[in-house]
Structure formats: C-alpha cells, structure tokens
Ligand binder design. Sequence first.
Ligand code: SME
Length: 153
Amino acid sequence: MNKNGRYERLHKQISELIPKGKHSISAMATISSVLYHKMEYFFWCGFYFVDNDELKVGPYQGPVACQILEKDKGVCWAGINQNKSILVPDVHAFPGHIACDSRSQSEVVIPVRNAEGIAVAVLDIDSDKKDVFDKTDVEWLEKIISLIEPIQL
Ligand code: SME
C-alpha cells in the first residue's frame, strides 16, 4: 500500500471540495466522508467537539458511535488535553480507552484548533486492524486538518 500517494490524492481532492475561507462543520462532514470511503482500513472516521465539559460527536462515517465522551477519559480527550496527535497501535493497551465499538483495534486522533490555537475538536479514526496507523498517517491527516484551521464552531 502506497500511503503517501493515496494521501496526496486525498489531500488534493479535499482541498478542492471544501470552499476557501472560514471552515466549520460542513468541511468536517466532507473530510469524514472522503477519508472513510477512500481508505479501506478506516473502520470509523469522524469528529468530536468540545462542548462545555464534554466531547460530543459531530459529522462521522461508520458504525454508530458514542454521542458523548466523559471528560478527560480516552484517546480523544488525550488529543484535546495534550493539543497533539495521538497514535494508538493497540486500543486495549491505552488506559481509559472508550470502546464505542468492540471491533476497534487501533486508533489515531488529530486535534483541530481555533484561531487561538486551542484544540476545540478532534478528528478520530478507528481501524478494526491492530497497529495499522503510523507516522505517515499522522503527518498527512495533520496536513488535511490544517486545511480547515482555524476552525470556527
Ligand atoms: N475511542 C475513543 C472514543 C470514540 S470512538 O472511537 C468513535 C476514545 O477513547 O476517546
């Protein structure tokens, strides 16, 4: 699998699909759809937003997910609190991991920042295969997310 080539095409496609200017929820919907349908190892792909003390699910593709993630628990909150991407090769080895679907095996979370640089949402991707995400995924997903930053929610 040539990840670099595939991500390069996806990055181009997404940048052409989302309008220029301020980005919000509609751009997130487009990103989750393109990624989910083009990357066969993505089992779930979508966004969670900070809303008061909770993370609430936003646009996503894949099996039904948790609506709300309890504060400071799990991989998505780690991405928000650390304001950095989190790569989890084996979700069962991540303390506090929240399993919305028992088939999930590995996960990657990318923060989405507002104009102040604060992480106000995350892109969350799950796979049903262990250890499938690597540095290449993180680098390209960060590049794709930077297309919609700063986000206005
Ligand atoms: N596993 C995530 C919860 C969201 S689902 O994967 C869709 C977490 O631990 O934050």
